[in-house]
Ligand binder design. Structure first.
Ligand SMILES: [Cu+2]
Length: 130
């Protein structure tokens, strides 16, 4: 319990410090900005796992439903690879392994966007949204 109070007091002190040096007169609500532990608001109803190795993705075609939030997840099983789906605005790597997208029906080109070795140019696949 003491820890909890200490955190609350620290937060209060921070809020005071921030408002003291603000001076803009705006009465902005900063509480949400400090709440980094909350999960992302958008929840994906489906997940697509794309596994990458030297030098291929685990499938040549992936299919996901249209107009549905889908979490696209890149798993690099071997080597360091990226996954780019340009028309979907998706860019994944070991630094950022998943992204939620809601796509319209169509066929999207997937490729590795990290120069990963001799087979790099072969690392392409199709994402079919239907
Ligand atoms: Cu590559």
């Amino acid at each position: 319990m003491h820890k909890k109070w200490a955190i609350l007091l620290t937060a209060a002190a921070l809020a005071l410090a921030l408002s003291a040096c603000g001076g803009s007169g705006s009465n902005g609500n900063n509480t949400s900005a400090s709440d980094s532990s909350a999960p992302a608001a958008t929840a994906a109803s489906e997940q697509l796992v794309v596994k990458a190795s030297n030098w291929q993705f685990d499938k040549t075609e992936y299919t996901i439903p249209k107009d549905t939030p889908v979490e696209i997840k890149l798993v690099s099983e071997e080597g360091a690879h990226g996954l780019q789906i340009k028309d979907a605005g998706v860019k994944l790597s070991n630094a950022k392994t998943s992204q939620i997208v809601t796509l319209k029906a169509g066929t999207y080109e997937m490729k590795c966007d990290i120069v990963c070795g001799t087979g790099h140019l072969n690392m392409t696949a199709k994402l079919i949204v239907q």
